[in-house]
Design a protein around this ligand. Structure first.
Ligand SMILES: [Zn+2]
Length: 158
């Protein structure tokens, strides 16, 4: 589990950020996530994490992984973070509620994942992808079905 309080949790390469990128990570992601982690822990006694250190994924890393390099995770604009929490299948709705209420992400895409370990036991997990891409400065929650995003509902803030 990668703590939202540790800047290294936001760097999938493990090699460190460009200074400019680090500033965006702190202002647009880390500060919000530290804040909601504190609120959620106080009220519900569970923690929020960066999923698989998936925030900054530079173009060269994406290319290495045979990805397009056009992902918002490359921080061409304000970047993206995949956010998870303790016992996600139980707690994801609380996490989503706090992301809507206490961040300015314009896209929140809810992922539910399932995998089977080597003993044949099934596990469930997932994460919520948050970013700032949107055409008209409006905000939506997306549900993800088979990797494809569908607009679920609009986020009303203020
Ligand atoms: Zn993502």
């Amino acid at each position: 589990m990668h703590s939202v309080h540790d800047i290294a949790s936001y760097d999938i390469t493990g090699k460190g950020f460009d200074k400019k990128i680090e500033q965006i990570v702190r202002v647009c992601h880390m500060n919000y996530l530290i804040y909601i982690d504190r609120l959620i822990y106080k009220k519900f006694d569970f923690h929020v994490y960066v999923s698989l250190k998936s925030s900054w994924r530079p173009k060269w890393w994406e290319k290495l992984k045979k990805r397009s390099g056009y992902s918002p995770h490359t921080y061409g604009y304000l970047g993206a973070t995949d956010i998870t929490c303790d016992d996600y299948p139980e707690n994801w709705e609380i996490l989503l509620e706090y992301l809507i209420k206490h961040t300015d992400y314009t896209r929140l895409a809810v992922y539910h994942t399932k995998w089977v370990d080597k003993n044949g036991k099934e596990h469930q997990g997932g994460f919520i992808h948050g970013d700032y891409q949107n055409e008209c400065n409006d905000a939506y929650v997306y549900k993800v079905v088979g990797g494809t995003w569908y607009r679920d509902y609009q986020i009303e803030r203020r």
